[in-house]
Design a protein. Structure first.
Length: 40
């Protein structure tokens, strides 16, 4: 996995999951599904 270094030296994973245009009622389900993939 690739990481980005922030200005304060902290590294965060470079992954994106755009939820900007997902209807609000579907956002929670979509994010929980993504987290399930990442954690498993």
């Amino acid at each position: 996995m690739e990481y980005k270094t922030l200005n304060n030296g902290v590294q965060i994973p470079s992954l994106g999951f755009g939820v900007y245009q997902i209807p609000a009622e579907q956002t929670k389900t979509a994010v929980l599904q993504l987290l399930g993939l990442v954690i498993d």
